[in-house]
Ligand binder design. Structure first.
Ligand code: BDP
Length: 700
């Protein structure tokens, strides 16, 4: 198994008793009407039954023994006769119902919804029940997504390189589109539909205006046509200066009449090719990208230009809040809030502000972004990064559901206790009906899509959480393991334990106790706490850890940058007083002496060392967990993961040694008793800097 089939591998069910029951229940598929979406559902069920049970599902219009009945009340008289309206009425456009019932005296399983796409989601849910070997008795599933737009952001360039992509080149073969439709596009769409993802931004946030030209729009339309029956809308990134670059105008000022007219025409044109085009995701005035501030206009002026032109077509604009400025010397963690908070209420109704989970940049651990809850009059969406830019690329095994959940479950307290980030994002806290979530894709044209076999779990968990953020990391790991590898308890238990611990372990060996942004320069791979003297202070590591002979950490309390003041009072109380601040955010909010006494009684220095050693040692534990499943999972997958875990273990020691030696050069304190001294010298680790990552792997 090369991993191509993802979690939809449909391996044959070994448990004979389960298979027997399933075979009896799944002989006939009844679909009374045809549509492209229903045909996809039909084919998927046929494929699943063939793979899981080795039998053929007969599709037709007549009920028989072992029938699965699919339909909407509108398209299926049999479904209409079941009078499911009360339940269906609460399920919206995408929700579904799965239940056991009987039709004209024949017992059957029904998947019903208000739309064909709802049926498709219900179908994938039903297949998941089979893959995870759930009982088909007393089925009663009614499910509807909590967030409306569940989107992947591809940072894919038109030359097929992928910014921060570690799984090959872009899936989008722009050169051969629109005439050649790679069969892989359909598999991409299937995978997304199976977890409820309903939108994809095809292009990099660092945008190229060429995508908005006619030849490219025809290519985009071909993808949109293919994705449509899977319930997936296509979105693009818009380069703010496009009116100048491809429109020949002297300015891109969002209030200039010619500029507005240019965008209006361009957007109208897009809708002639793609009538259900989703809209734009825009990065402006950030890291050198052009934006409204080039013309002394605000982010709201910029976003509203697009919102105005997209509104007649029901399109939306997702305006990113990832901004930090060269000229501003204030703490980078504060800048998005400083710029956006005053604009609350100034955005048009079809504009959302897209906010990264934390205030800096997708670090192994960050507290939630202070904008969540702070802009009640603006729909905010959260942006997670599935591609592991700061988490060891596609080489380290890091199951990210706990990271997503940590943010979603965080309490902003902006409307009292229980004002969770998830409630800001799903619109329930501030009563927004336009809701969205974005995940920066970890997908490329590697045969196994994501590079690391376990990176698929992050795509999976992201989609499932976008649908229902109340699902637990554990439940999602459980499902994914069963669907991807095996239903055997001897596989599930160690694999799940390894997955669930992996993010915390990674934090320990990379950035424990609230440290952040101390990785290699530019490529962001490997340790680089010594990085300094770069074009911007906030591109260095020393800016973030502030280590000196006295102590370490970024003081973000009132005695420092006071970034803490951007949070609600209750949050300030949690992280401000040292007595309350949890270890995980200690050095994020505080600069502390090396001898500071931790709650455990040990010194900060000792605690830091212990964290690094625990983290690195735990990667050996991960190896042991995985070794225990040998011969119980596919051999090719086993060997692949095993090799990557060996690299991860070596690199965890690399992180540990480099960071301990570096911080020791300030603390001047010994590595605590019982821990072996790091091998090599600090100079050696510094010499491992390389321009492209991953480069030479350290050997000691
Ligand atoms: C940073 C990446 C950079 C992205 C930027 C963004 O290093 O490549 O362009 O985020 O999100 O994490 O715009």
């Amino acid at each position: 198994d090369d991993g191509y089939r993802l979690w939809l591998s449909y391996r044959s069910i070994e448990d004979a008793a389960v298979a027997k029951k399933y075979k009896a229940a799944l002989q006939t598929l009844v679909i009374e009407t045809e549509s492209p979406t229903l045909t996809i559902a039909q084919k998927e069920l046929e494929q699943a039954v063939a793979g899981l049970l080795g039998t053929k599902l007969i599709t037709g219009k007549n009920m028989g023994p072992g029938t699965l009945l699919l339909g909407t009340p509108k398209s299926s008289p049999l479904i209409a006769a079941l009078h499911l309206d009360a339940t269906l009425g609460t399920l919206g456009d995408e929700g579904f119902l799965i239940t056991n019932t009987s039709v004209k005296g024949t017992p059957c399983i029904v998947i019903a919804a208000n739309t064909d796409v709802g049926i498709l989601y219900g179908t994938f849910h039903f297949i998941r029940l089979l893959q995870t070997q759930q009982s088909l008795q007393s089925l009663s599933v009614a499910s509807t997504p909590k967030i409306k737009r569940r989107i992947l952001n591809h940072w894919d360039n038109l030359d097929r390189t992928v910014e921060r992509g570690y799984a090959g080149f872009s899936l989008w073969d722009w050169h051969k589109l629109p005439d050649y439709i790679d069969p892989r596009y359909a598999d991409y769409a299937r995978a997304n539909a199976s977890i409820g993802i309903n939108g994809t931004v095809l292009t990099n946030v660092n945008a190229n205006a060429q995508i908005l030209t006619e030849p490219y729009l025809k290519k985009v339309a071909a993808l949109a046509n293919l994705f449509r029956p899977y319930g997936i809308k296509v979105y693009l990134t818009a380069r703010f200066s496009a009116p100048v670059e491809i429109g020949g105008l002297p300015t891109a000022d969002p209030l200039d009449a010619d500029v507005r007219n240019w965008w209006k025409k361009k957007i109208d044109e897009i809708y002639t090719y793609i009538p259900d085009f989703g809209g734009f995701c825009i990065k402006a005035n950030s890291e050198g990208q052009p934006g409204p501030q080039n013309y002394n206009r605000t982010h709201a002026d910029g976003a509203n230009l697009f919102a105005d032109m997209l509104a007649p077509h029901n399109g939306i604009v997702m305006w990113r809040a990832f901004v930090y400025s060269n000229e501003v010397t204030d703490d980078r963690a504060k800048q998005a809030y400083t710029e956006f908070k005053p604009l609350d209420g100034k955005f048009k109704g079809n504009a959302l502000v897209q906010v990264k989970n934390g205030p800096i940049d997708f670090q192994p651990r960050e507290p939630f972004h202070p904008l969540f809850g702070a802009m009640p009059n603006t729909p905010l969406m959260v942006e997670f990064q599935l591609t592991q830019e700061y988490l060891g690329f596609a080489t380290h095994l890091v199951y990210m559901a706990p990271l997503f959940k940590e943010c979603l479950d965080a309490d902003t307290y902006t409307k009292g206790k229980g004002s969770l980030v998830s409630k800001v994002v799903d619109g329930s806290l501030d009563h927004h009906s336009l809701t969205a979530i974005a995940g920066v894709a970890n997908i490329g044209n590697d045969r196994n899509w994501c590079g690391h076999p376990f990176a698929q779990a992050n795509w999976y968990a992201y989609g499932r959480l976008a649908w229902d953020h109340e699902l637990s990391s554990e439940a999602l790991a459980d499902e994914w393991i069963r669907m991807t590898f095996s239903n055997q308890p001897a596989v599930i238990a160690p694999t799940k334990a390894m997955m669930l611990a992996s993010r915390e372990i990674t934090v320990q060996y990379m950035t424990p106790l609230g440290l952040h942004h101390i990785m290699g320069y530019n490529h962001h791979y490997g340790p680089g706490p010594w990085i300094k003297d770069k074009p911007r202070a906030d591109w260095t590591s020393v800016y973030y850890h502030q280590a000196d002979s006295l102590g370490v950490g970024f003081d973000r309390t009132a005695s420092g940058s006071n970034a803490l003041s951007q949070y609600a009072k209750e949050v300030q109380e949690l992280y401000g007083p040292l007595a309350h601040c949890p270890n995980k955010y200690l050095l994020w909010f505080h600069h502390l002496p090396w001898k500071y006494k931790m709650p455990s009684g040990e010194s900060l220095w000792d605690a830091l060392c212990h964290a690094y050693y625990n983290g690195a040692d735990s990667t050996a534990w991960m190896q042991r967990q995985w070794n225990s499943v040998e011969h119980k999972v596919d051999e090719e997958q086993f060997q692949h993961v095993k090799s990557l875990l060996t690299i991860q273990h070596q690199e965890a020691e690399w992180w540990r040694n480099a960071c301990v030696l570096y911080f020791q050069s300030f603390s001047k304190m010994p590595v605590p008793a019982g821990l072996e001294k790091p091998e090599g010298t600090l100079e050696y680790y510094k010499s491992l800097e390389f321009p492209f990552a991953p480069g030479i792997r350290p050997k000691w």
